[in-house]
Design a protein around this ligand. Structure first.
Ligand code: 5GP
Ligand code: MN
Ligand code: MN
Length: 324
């Protein structure tokens, strides 16, 4: 059955001459890596490819091959016959590039989120994959493409970031096998990992130090959360990219099952990141508030003041926590 999905995607890609690829708002290593890898492969096949991202590429990912070719603004004159949505569970996550769904001749979707609603003409969503990069890895085996070091690097970054360096529950034996093949193809894994995790700007640690001050633990000890207000972010001269990943800190605490991070995105609006450790389905929890994601990592946007938003989420989380 997966075979049929892949061959449908392959014929869609083969048919198209000019292809637009687009990832999700607040891009991460998976949507960028998967999109660039696929685009580089399609270029080898002689296709004309444009890359789109609804938000700027974080400085962290600027080292990815062709990252500088990713357009953040929509150019009116740009023509294409296929639009490929990469790593987006819902059209909403394409941000302002959603308008292209109506403008493109055909739409193809590559994704790995749980419980997302199909859209587009060709829909390839495999929640069994830890990263969209894994799906692209498999897809490339169907295409007349040589996976060079650039493509392999993009795929490795996609996989290593979405698996928390191969540590999350989503990491399977196939994840490691694909990564091993990528290393054989010349990926400099140790160098990439230092680029990703040990070349942070000083401000990232200043943000961390500030955010840790906001850490709170529920009475039962199973939920921990932190928050970041916009004025604090501005005061530190920091941006969204310096906040990314901080939700992992409250999860480090012994006994914590659910970690939350509340980031004020505009007045009275919070982006909530949800992470769980052993069992809690944060995808389901986030869905209650119009968001989604994966069983152990999900997100949603909530309106209200911080106290309200926090209270609503904590109340909703109670039935998800096991009695001990
Ligand atoms: P993060 O907390 O790192 O922003 O997101 C974690 C996961 O949840 C990602 O896989 C992302 O796709 C998903 N996610 C984050 N925010 C939203 C949202 O507002 N809506 C939906 N549907 N998914 C989200
Ligand atoms: Mn993603
Ligand atoms: Mn992903």
């Amino acid at each position: 059955e997966a075979k049929q999905l892949f061959s449908a995607m392959v014929s869609e890609l083969n048919k198209a001459e000019q292809i637009a690829l687009c990832g999700h708002v607040m891009p991460d290593g998976d949507c960028l890596g998967a999109m660039l890898a696929l685009g580089l492969a399609l270029r080898q096949m002689g296709k004309k490819v444009v890359f789109y991202s609804p938000d700027p590429v974080p400085e962290l990912y600027a080292f990815l091959p062709c990252a500088d070719e990713i357009h953040v603004e929509l150019e009116q004159q740009c023509q294409f016959d296929l639009f490929v949505s990469v790593d987006c569970s819902v059209p909403d996550r394409l941000g302002h590039f959603q308008v292209l769904l109506g403008r493109a001749g055909r739409v193809a979707v590559l994704d790995h989120h749980t419980g997302s609603v199909p859209f587009g003409n060709t829909y390839l969503n495999l929640p069994v994959c830890a990263a969209t990069g894994e799906i692209v890895y498999d897809l490339l085996r169907w295409l007349p493409v040589l996976v060079d070091e650039d493509i392999a690097t993009c795929l490795y970054v996609a996989i290593v970031t979405d698996t928390g360096s191969f540590s999350y529950d989503n990491t399977g034996s196939l994840t490691h096998l694909r990564a091993a093949e990528l290393l054989k193809l010349g990926v400099k894994a140790a160098w990439i990992n230092k680029r990703l995790y040990e070349e942070k700007p000083l401000v990232s640690l200043q943000v961390l130090s500030t955010v840790l001050q906001s850490l709170e633990l529920s009475g039962c000890g199973r939920v921990a959360w932190m928050f970041m207000q916009r004025d604090t972010l501005h005061r530190l001269n920091a941006t969204d990219e310096h906040v990314d990943g901080l939700v992992n800190y409250p999860r480090l605490i012994k006994g914590v099952e659910l970690a939350l991070f509340f980031r004020e995105i505009e007045d009275g609006k919070y982006k909530v990141s949800l992470r769980s450790k052993y069992y809690l389905d944060v995808n389901k929890l986030a869905t209650l508030f119009g968001g989604g994601g994966h069983p152990r990592a999900a997100g949603c946007v909530m309106e209200g003041n911080l106290e309200d938003v926090k209270h609503q989420l904590l109340q909703a989380a109670l039935p998800f926590l096991k009695d001990e």
